[in-house]
Design a protein around this ligand. Structure first.
Ligand SMILES: *Cc1c(COP(=O)(O)O)cnc(C)c1O
Length: 533
């Protein structure tokens, strides 16, 4: 790592370079790994050996003046300021260059993460202006650039000769965003597996039409669990790893949301949003705003928590869940319990999660590695754990939580559209509903995580008062996902166009059509066959 560190002291033209005099190292939430990687190695490694997550050993601070001055900068410059503050082991010049590429012309709004006031005191942070129309782009347009840069640096330092193959099991959003992020990135290849029949036809089309020389997409016979277990089994097959390294010079890696490289970009947009809120008069300089986040794996809301710790005046963190409301219960009781909990299907599938992996990072900051190791062992053994009183008190001080049912979330889409002319996707609607219930005196920032068109069928249900989970009646029942989008625009003519990459997928030729069996062998044979193409 020495070569990367040596570069870290270079002078950049960036305004905050004076503070970048040390590189931040990362520690393991379970205290089992003492390698203390810097940012680049933490990104490439992904998860700590032993199963823990990497967290920064120290957290930076920004003064109110510094935060507010961001409103004068472009989004790439704002993101670079936050990365530099976090002591990444990449020169300030390179950070700035990579951010311009990450947050460039592939976004349909040059503000990247704009804040829109929908109701006085209720503002929406739109995180869906990227190429796949969902908030995963905020991290996955950025992280692969730093991943590729890190591999390059390690190779030129002679520490590594291999390239990386990213394997992803997806239930929809993540797969497309990861494909788009890693497409044609040097030193990487990516193969995505999705459950055949388990994703919407728009989601499938988005993936099978993916451009890029280093990408592959396969359907898996089975549901998402089968798909995920098959990919996990391939990861854990030592012979397969050896074969990939010996024959192809490839190491396996994953791009999942516990990678620190995905979390850091998610801190940047909260700092940016506060600067925008003040600039637009939505909040007085230094006064708090509450933030309400539709939560699945706890990554997005954790970004807000880190931003708060850095000095961004965030009052309460409002954690919004759908019917898979294990986090609502945890924040109410201090017990995380999935021992007797069934997985529920909802119109907000990207929040259908039972184990919110990033919660482990919060618990580490509140209670330290020994406690975390114990709780994670209990979760594995008994499917539940209870935190101690002091940790619970701190959780309650930071977070409030509530959840919205399937019907409530669709009713919210309809109501906010009728009253305000603002059309939300079902994930955003969960957060809106919870924000309305929990809001107090302070302005609230509701985080919007997908464009409505990404979940057009359920948005159509919402607008036409059709219940969730029942087949659509009449002509709509026979329509494709894209035809339903046209229907939504007919009913709600003032909502603006469908984002171009979604509108255009029908014109692209599918590049991938293969479906493989579940199980490690299905996934491994698919990878072998793809490498031989
Ligand atoms: C991933 C995702 C979420 C959940 O985010 P977490 O960081 O996992 O809490 C919410 N909404 C959408 C649209 C997503 O894609």
């Amino acid at each position: 790592m020495r070569s990367i560190l040596a570069h870290a002291h270079g002078t950049g033209r960036f305004m905050y370079h004076a503070h970048m005099d040390t590189v931040t190292h990362y520690v393991d939430t379970r205290g089992l790994d003492d390698s203390r990687p810097a940012f680049s190695r933490a990104v490439v490694t992904g998860i700590a050996p032993g199963g823990g997550l990497f967290v920064p050993e120290r957290l930076p601070e920004m003064t109110l003046e510094e935060i507010l001055s961001l409103s004068e900068l472009t989004y790439p410059e704002r993101a670079a300021a936050v990365f530099t503050r976090f002591g990444v082991d990449v020169t300030a010049d390179r950070v700035t260059a990579l951010m311009s590429e990450a947050y460039g012309g592939q976004w349909d709004d040059e503000r990247i993460a704009p804040v829109v006031e929908v109701v006085p005191g209720m503002h929406v942070l739109e995180l869906w202006h990227g190429p796949t129309s969902a908030f995963k782009d905020m991290a996955l347009q950025c992280m692969p650039l730093f991943f590729s840069e890190a591999v390059e640096a390690m190779q030129s330092a002679g520490e590594l000769t291999d390239d990386f193959l990213i394997l992803v099991a997806t239930s929809g959003d993540t797969g497309k965003a990861a494909l788009e992020g890693f497409a044609d990135r040097a030193h990487t290849g990516i193969v995505v597996f999705y459950p055949e029949g388990g994703v919407s036809d728009i989601q499938r089309l988005q993936m099978v039409t993916q451009r890029g020389q280093n990408v592959g997409v396969f359907g898996v016979r089975g549901n998402f669990d089968d798909c995920q277990s098959a990919v996990k089994a391939a990861f854990n097959d030592a012979d397969f790893s050896t074969e990939l390294r010996d024959r192809h010079g490839l190491r396996l890696s994953s791009a999942n949301s516990i990678n620190w490289g995905r979390l850091l970009p998610q801190i940047a947009y909260y700092v940016s949003a506060y600067a925008d809120m003040v600039a637009s008069g939505g909040v007085k300089p230094g006064s708090p705003m509450d933030v309400c986040v539709p939560t699945g794996n706890f990554g997005n809301i954790l970004g807000a928590c880190y931003a708060r710790h850095m000095g961004v005046p965030i009052g309460r963190l409002l954690c919004a869940s759908n019917e898979n409301n294990v986090l609502t219960d945890f924040i109410a009781t201090g017990t995380y319990d999935i021992s007797d909990r069934a997985f529920v299907t909802t119109p907000s599938p990207s929040m259908d999660i039972l184990i919110s992996s990033n919660l482990e990072r919060l618990l580490y900051h509140l209670a330290g590695p020994d406690a975390v190791r114990g709780w994670m062992a209990e979760l594995t053994a008994n499917r539940r754990f209870t935190v101690d009183r002091e940790t619970f008190r701190q959780v309650r001080e930071l977070f409030s939580a509530d959840w919205a049912s399937n019907d409530e979330s669709l009713a919210t889409i309809r109501r906010v559209y009728d009253e305000r002319g603002y059309l939300m996707d079902p994930h955003t609607a969960v957060a809106w509903e919870v924000a309305e219930r929990l809001r107090g005196q302070d302005p609230v920032l509701v985080v919007a995580t997908a464009h409505w068109a990404k979940f057009g069928a359920d948005v159509y249900r919402a607008l036409t008062n059709a219940p969730y989970g029942e087949p659509l009646s009449g002509g709509a029942g026979a329509m494709s996902g894209l035809e339903l989008l046209a229907e939504v625009r007919r009913i709600a003519p003032n909502v603006g166009p469908v984002p171009a990459p979604l509108a255009e997928i029908a014109c692209l030729d599918p590049r991938f059509s293969e479906v493989v069996d579940a199980g490690a062998a299905g996934v491994e044979d698919a990878v072998r066959e793809w490498l031989g193409r």
